[in-house]
Design a protein around this ligand. Structure first.
Ligand SMILES: [Zn+2]
Ligand SMILES: [Zn+2]
Length: 272
């Protein structure tokens, strides 16, 4: 019997002492249930020095904090994703507020508006977004924004509530250069996901090429949106290296340079 050969693309290699940060991953999701520790160790071994695991509701925010307690290189964010705002109570917000004071909670989010899926009524998404933007400001935490096909709606609230002394990030950025400039105008970072490696992602590639490296950070959004050459498979923090490599190619600079600069930005944003 002939064995099927497993072709494994090697991960892009960083120089010694150089590392990257996966600023957005969902390590508590069931996709990692079987091998979460392995996934985390693989990432650390490949040069991912830190991972921010993101809350999408109260339970996942609690799970994120537990993971952050377990691993020195893992940090947590807490918040209610626009998909999950239905049925959220004042009590949930009280719990989130308490949780946010944990020393390893470094951001509030992900929060925002999602008009692609519309899992929750739009009006309700807007109300919870506004409430959480205000809560994040009260807590003096940077905000992690989820904006899917909702640039106008998201920006209206952010502009109304600006300034953001603790900063923020437009996670999984989607949009053109004009929108990118608007986001930078708020003092926010732009987070480039694995989508930038897709052939058709021309607009995002332009943003990744032209926006100063002072304002870019990188993320996997794992388990979703795996970059090429892992496209279609489960995404995981180690694959943030493919995204960094693609940005380096687009800008015609070293992978190390992209790693260094995005790491510096992420450390500044999250205070880690
Ligand atoms: Zn998101
Ligand atoms: Zn996410």
């Amino acid at each position: 019997m002939s064995k099927k050969k497993k072709i494994r693309a090697p991960l892009p290699l960083l120089s010694e002492e150089i590392s990257v940060i996966d600023t957005h991953c969902h390590l508590d999701m069931s996709a990692y249930e079987q091998d979460c520790d392995k996934v985390i160790q693989k990432a650390f071994g490949a040069g991912v020095s830190k991972i921010v695991t993101i809350g999408i509701d109260l339970a996942s925010s609690q799970a994120a904090v537990r993971l952050a307690e377990k691993y020195a290189g893992i940090y947590a964010s807490v918040g209610i994703h626009p998909h999950n705002v239905e049925g959220v109570t004042d009590r949930d917000y009280k719990e989130l507020t308490l949780l946010a004071s944990h020393p390893k909670v470094v951001a509030y989010g992900e929060i925002g508006i999602d008009l692609a899926k519309k899992y929750a009524p739009i009006k309700m998404q807007g109300e919870h977004f506004l409430r959480q933007v205000r809560l994040a400001k009260e807590l003096a935490l940077p905000v992690i924004i989820h904006d899917r096909e909702a640039h106008t709606e998201v920006m209206a609230i952010l502009k109304q509530e600006a300034p953001f002394p603790a900063g923020g990030v437009m996670h999984c950025f989607s949009g053109n250069m004009v929108f990118a400039q608007e986001v930078l105008g708020l003092g926010f970072y732009i987070s480039i996901p694995g989508v930038v490696t897709f052939n058709k992602a021309e607009e995002m590639q332009e943003v990744a090429r032209k926006i100063s490296l002072d304002y870019l950070i990188i993320e996997t959004d794992g388990p979703f949106l795996s970059p090429v050459p892992m496209r279609g498979k489960r995404n995981e923090p180690a694959y943030v290296l493919y995204t960094a490599e693609k940005i380096a190619q687009l800008r015609d600079v070293d992978l190390d340079e992209v790693a260094k600069r995005t790491t510096k930005n992420a450390r500044k944003l999250f205070g880690i």
